[in-house]
Design a protein around this ligand. Structure first.
Ligand code: UDP
Length: 237
């Protein structure tokens, strides 16, 4: 039997992960594959909370740079995360995994509102809770939402599933020979401005003693490997 290193985890899925090989939007085959990884983690005995990003559809900051009002653009970004959350829910339920989507912006015809105690009850009943609409506030990101929900839900770790297998000392796509860190301290990440998550998310995890594991969720079996304490990743603690 696998003894989970982290029993309850918050998995942050960036929107980028859901677009698969495309440049934009949701790739159903990719969402199905990621859902398979999540379902396997559940079957291995982990309790899972998910926070999904929206960058594959809409990013507030980019839209503001192009002339949109920042606050409106951020609300549009938050709505994009709800679309992604429904896509992930759909894929998980096709695999027979019970889920609930809770949105930080109430939209009762679409999903539940975020209610912490209710989310806790869903987890107790063996469901996966997918948190949508970020923090519900403009000027934040879904990374901060992930840190916030991880703290509220007493998660043992925040796993950031991205398309790189950890944190490097330079961009591995541009700099040949860039080295991956095995582990880093929160203070080092903040002092050196390393691109792990935004500073608010890092500070929240540091203050609540929640380790962050950055790994590549695009690779088959990577989530399971990281949860076994194997595989390639960077841990920030
Ligand atoms: N957003 C926001 N408040 C939040 C979370 C997200 O305003 O608490 C908006 C913001 O515009 C952001 C967009 O939603 O650009 C999509 O989220 P994010 O960029 O974090 O998604 P990811 O990079 O993970 O795909």
């Amino acid at each position: 039997m696998i003894i989970p290193r982290f029993k309850r985890i918050l998995l942050k899925l960036s929107g980028e992960v859901l677009m698969g090989p495309g440049q934009f939007g949701i790739d159903p085959a990719t969402v199905d594959r990621v859902a398979g990884e999540v379902a396997a983690a559940k079957a291995a005995g982990h309790e899972l909370c998910l926070v999904v990003g929206g960058g594959n559809i809409f990013r507030g900051l980019a839209a503001a740079a192009a002339g949109f009002d920042r606050t409106s653009a951020d609300y549009m970004g938050m709505l994009a995360t709800v679309m992604n959350a429904l896509a992930v829910q759909n894929a998980l339920e096709k695999l027979g995994v019970e889920t609930r989507v809770q949105s930080a912006i109430p939209m009762s015809s679409v999903c539940e509102p975020y209610i912490r105690r209710r989310a806790e009850r869903h987890i107790e009943k063996g469901r996966i809770v997918i948190f949508a609409a970020g923090t519900g506030n403009p000027f934040f990101t879904t990374d901060t939402a992930a840190a916030l929900r991880a703290a509220e839900m007493n998660c043992d770790a925040l796993l950031k599933g991205t398309s790189v297998d950890g944190v490097y000392d330079a961009d591995p796509k541009k700099v040949p020979g860039a080295t991956r860190y095995e582990s880093l301290s929160f203070d080092r990440v903040l002092a050196d401005n390393l691109k792990v998550m935004d500073a608010a998310a890092i500070a929240l995890c540091r203050d609540n003693d929640i380790p962050i594991v950055v790994f590549n969720i695009r690779g088959e079996g990577n989530l399971a490997a990281v949860l076994r304490g194997e595989g390639t990743s960077t841990i920030v603690r």
